[in-house]
Design a binder for this molecule. Structure first.
Ligand SMILES: Nc1ncnc2c1ncn2[C@@H]1O[C@H](COP(=O)(O)OP(=O)(O)O)[C@@H](O)[C@H]1O
Ligand SMILES: [Mg+2]
Length: 289
């Protein structure tokens, strides 16, 4: 790992430990799948830290281990090396403090209404009694603009609306961290953009901590305030950058395009082994490998 670039040491939490409120610490995490025939290493010694209220994006090409990493943070997969800590406690199993929203919105049971879908995890985890669960469900359905659809069944909703139900259901659990695995990938381009906007608006309102996985550079720049770039086979940290200056309004702008191109080069430039973020012209890079 190279030293942090000049002038940006202060923005690196590893160098200003108390200036940031670290929630999630992923340290040197290697993840593997073992089949009788072979061992697939999905990530290799991946480290990053997510601060409270971060919109932290893990970006990388398909197969670089993003989903595996998210599942490990969720507690479904145990690292073969390294450690994952949430609020200082080692992650060992799934828990209501980490809720995952997947790409497949058909995870909503079709026989339950929208309201019942949002209430279900609250009841199943015994987080709340029926009355409080209903109140909380309606509160978050209102936040995602679906109060009028509380009694609708999922099959009557559009893809974007199902995505909102999934988000309301996750937020209603008030997890310490919301984990999203390419949540908008199955949506058409316009709905996807709308959902990115909605997610940012919700974040402004609720200020939850988000760990968001995507293979879209554009989506990473829009959604994230920090982006971890992973290179594939196995997934390794290539760089981590600040991206808080970009949002939907930056789309198509020169700075946005240039940053997207630089990220593309960082991810795919095979000859770029020695090419640090500095050489690629990043002004805001935090660490470069
Ligand atoms: N259940 C599994 N068994 C074996 N290998 C797997 C399994 N799931 C994923 N992999 C492999 O692990 C690597 C990382 O996969 P994944 O985390 O799904 O990547 P991403 O989400 O970035 O596309 C890939 O090489 C993939 O083929
Ligand atoms: Mg994936």
């Amino acid at each position: 790992m190279n030293a942090p670039l000049q002038g940006h040491t202060a923005s690196n939490p590893r160098h200003a430990a108390n200036a940031f409120d670290t929630l999630l610490q992923v340290e040197q995490v290697s993840l593997e799948y073992r089949t009788p025939q072979r061992v697939v290493r999905a990530t290799h010694e991946v480290s990053f830290e997510v601060d409270r209220a971060d919109r932290f994006v893990v970006l990388g090409p398909s197969g670089c281990g993003k989903s595996t990493l998210l599942k490990a943070v969720a507690g479904f997969i145990e690292p073969v090396a390294g450690s994952i800590r949430l609020d200082g406690t080692q992650v060992r199993e799934p828990g209501p403090d980490r809720i995952v929203v997947f790409q497949e919105f058909d995870q909503l049971p079709p026989w339950k209404t929208v309201r019942q879908n949002v209430m279900f995890p609250l009841l199943a985890s015994r987080t709340l009694g029926r009355r409080e669960a209903e109140e909380r469900a309606l509160h978050y359905l209102d936040k995602v603009g679906l109060a009028a659809f509380a009694d609708a069944y999922p099959h009557t909703l559009s893809g974007g609306m199902k995505a909102r139900v999934a988000i309301a259901r996750a937020l209603a659990m008030q997890p310490k961290i919301l984990l999203m695995d390419e949540p908008f990938a199955a949506l058409d381009a316009l709905t996807r953009r709308k959902m990115q906007e909605e997610l940012l608006r919700l974040w402004e309102e609720v200020r939850f901590t988000l760990l968001f996985v995507t293979h879209s550079i554009e989506e990473a720049l829009i959604v994230g305030n920090r982006i971890l770039l992973l290179s594939p086979h196995p997934g390794r940290v290539r760089a981590e950058i600040n991206s808080h200056q970009f949002d939907l309004h930056s789309l198509g702008g020169v700075a946005f395009q240039q940053t997207a191109q630089r990220i593309h080069r960082l991810l795919f430039d095979e000859d770029g082994e020695g090419g640090s973020g500095a050489e690629l012209g990043f002004h805001d890079i935090r660490i470069a490998y």
